[in-house]
Write a protein that binds this ligand. Structure first.
Ligand SMILES: [Zn+2]
Ligand SMILES: [Zn+2]
Length: 141
């Protein structure tokens, strides 16, 4: 069974061969800005390719280890990628109602605005904990 994700204009498509089990929300300022609100994504792994004609990528100055991708035509946010391991995290919205992952964790919980709250019980990670994990990732060979 293959599940097809699609951007708003239909020019970017991405295939999954199985449903993701879990997803994560990142409450950091960059993810909130990029997503336009709440950034929900799941880990897809490294074996993905996108047409550079159709998919734009950019790297923020304060996080050179990662990049973000979007559709050049309609602007739909597609992914966050960790460069060193080529790990892609795809945004949930691409897949509509085709996937039903469990809400597993919230990153940068100390950056979540206090004007909304999620009802699900999830794991949480603070900015400091996230930075520790990132440091371990970047120094791992
Ligand atoms: Zn598009
Ligand atoms: Zn983030």
């Amino acid at each position: 069974m293959s599940i097809q994700g699609i951007c708003l204009c239909g020019k970017v498509k991405v295939e999954l061969d199985h449903e993701p089990e879990t997803f994560t929300i990142c409450h950091c300022d960059s993810c909130r800005r990029f997503s336009g609100g709440v950034a929900m994504s799941f880990h897809r792994g490294a074996d993905l390719e996108f047409d550079p004609e159709q998919v734009g990528r950019f790297t923020l100055e304060d996080s050179p280890w990662s990049e973000r991708g979007f559709c050049k035509t309609c602007g739909t946010n597609l992914f966050y990628r960790l460069k060193k391991s080529n790990d892609y995290f795809l945004y949930l919205g691409l897949f509509g109602d085709q996937i039903h992952p469990r809400f597993d964790s919230q990153e940068y919980i100390d950056h979540k605005p206090d004007f909304y709250h999620f009802a699900e019980e999830t794991k949480t990670t603070t900015e400091a904990e996230g930075q520790e994990r990132l440091k371990a990732y970047l120094t791992r060979s």
